[in-house]
Design a protein around this ligand. Structure first.
Ligand code: ADP
Ligand code: MG
Length: 394
């Protein structure tokens, strides 16, 4: 969704950031409808932190939530009411393109430039004013701290000013539950493959906020490998979509790059080996002189990554007995991954669903959706909630 803001032209794009860590800053109310003005002494789970500002608030399903996402290079905001997406505005930053990767300081500055307009546009497209909101959710990790702080502080300030609850959301929970936003999405339980610039993760989801990470990358994320290999091949940034496009014209059997399945009893991934194998291939053979040669390398590299993703996902589904599979994250846009996983699911009798492309990439609607899931369960966050670069999915 291309979008123009001031001097900065923005369009759908991508990013890279690596994270892992620990959370624990949520506050739950067992009987939220009893929450009344002046209950400022409510304690937060794990950290015993006091909430400073709360207004009279009754929780119900029809709440309208604004979600803000700024964990890396997408400035995005969306509005969800009663679990339905009313708007989703995504502004991807092109300022990073000449650098072949996300420059953290530039990302923070671009978020600051864009956030007011993006949030305003999200509210306008949802047909509401800020006074119509019942809560504001914002990503508080994982991601680039400077980038996170922009959306997080904007969301907190807005919630404080309006006297409505603020809800901190783990970015990975956003991807995980984005499957539920589509009418065709799976009910619980389902298996989620999250593949993005910063993450590669297989997660078993048995209910709302009942999830277990089965495996994740031990080094490079799948998207990161795509971006780095694209840079080596001189294809520019973001690399994933460019390799995907080139690979359509290439022979996936031209070069046999290694598949790191690791051993059979782990669902963890490793993609640094295949990236290094491409590097060594280029060192020994040079950059192909023809476009066909580049396309062959793209197709061969892409198949090495896709083989591992498909094999591990199918293996996890078979061993858990879960028949519904969903994929999310920027790499889930990859056409080869979609067709190969689709074939494998048909062969094994699994049902496969994808959120639509705008909900696969980083987006504010998925943050609003998780915010809505939390607030309807009486979960909100203190205004002291920090931005956490390495935030675990727990
Ligand atoms: P993150 O969660 O790290 O911010 P995103 O979900 O925004 O990541 O996805 C961005 C990543 O997705 C980038 O690494 C980009 O190269 C990759 N990507 C986007 N489209 C494709 C595609 N068609 N094929 C492979 N990778 C893709
Ligand atoms: Mg992104």
């Amino acid at each position: 969704m291309p979008w123009q803001s001031g001097a900065l032209t923005v369009s759908a794009g991508s990013l890279s950031c690596s994270c892992a860590g620990r959370s624990g800053w949520e506050q739950t109310f067992s009987n939220p409808s009893k929450l009344a003005a002046g209950s400022a002494g409510a304690r937060c789970r794990n950290v015993g932190h006091s909430v400073e500002s709360q207004s009279l608030f009754a929780y119900n399903d029809t709440m309208m939530i604004l979600g803000i996402e700024s964990s890396c290079d997408e400035t995005s905001a969306g509005v969800v009411r009663d679990g339905a997406v009313l708007s989703n505005v995504i502004s991807s930053q092109l300022v990073h393109t000449p650098f072949g990767g996300v420059v953290p300081e530039l990302a923070s500055r671009a978020h600051q430039r864009l956030i007011l307009e993006v949030v305003g546009e999200a509210l306008a497209r949802a047909g509401t004013k800020k006074e119509g909101l019942h809560g504001i959710a914002a990503t508080h990790g994982p991601g680039l701290v400077g980038a996170l702080l922009v959306g997080l502080n904007f969301g907190k300030a807005m919630a404080y000013g309006l006297g409505i609850p603020f809800i901190g959301v783990n970015h990975m929970e956003g991807h995980l539950y984005s499957n539920l936003m589509a009418p065709s999405g799976h009910a619980f339980p389902f298996l989620a493959l999250i593949v993005s610039g910063g993450h590669t993760m297989l997660v078993q989801v048995t209910g709302p906020f009942e999830h277990a990470v089965l495996g994740q990358t031990r080094d490079d994320a799948a998207g990161e490998a795509f971006d780095k290999v694209a840079k080596m091949l001189g294809l520019g940034y973001p690399g994933g979509p460019r390799i995907d496009a080139m690979a359509k014209r290439g022979n996936p059997q031209a070069v046999r790059f290694p598949r790191s399945y690791l051993n059979s009893d782990t669902y963890d991934f490793s993609f640094s080996g295949v990236k290094t194998a491409v590097l060594y291939h280029l060192r020994d053979n040079g950059l192909p002189a023809t476009e066909q040669g580049i396309a062959d390398l793209c197709a061969s590299f892409q198949d090495a990554v896709v083989d591992v993703l498909v094999e591990k996902t199918v293996r996890a589904a078979r061993s858990t007995g879960i028949r519904d599979i969903t994929i999310a994250g920027g790499v889930s846009a990859n056409s080869r991954l979609r067709s190969r996983l689709g074939d494998a699911c048909r062969q094994h009798g699994f049902r496969l669903s994808y959120p639509s492309l705008e909900y696969c990439m980083d987006n504010g609607a998925m943050i609003a959706y998780v915010g809505w899931m939390k607030l309807t369960r009486g979960i909100r966050s203190p205004l002291s909630l920090p931005a956490v670069a390495a935030l675990d999915l727990v």
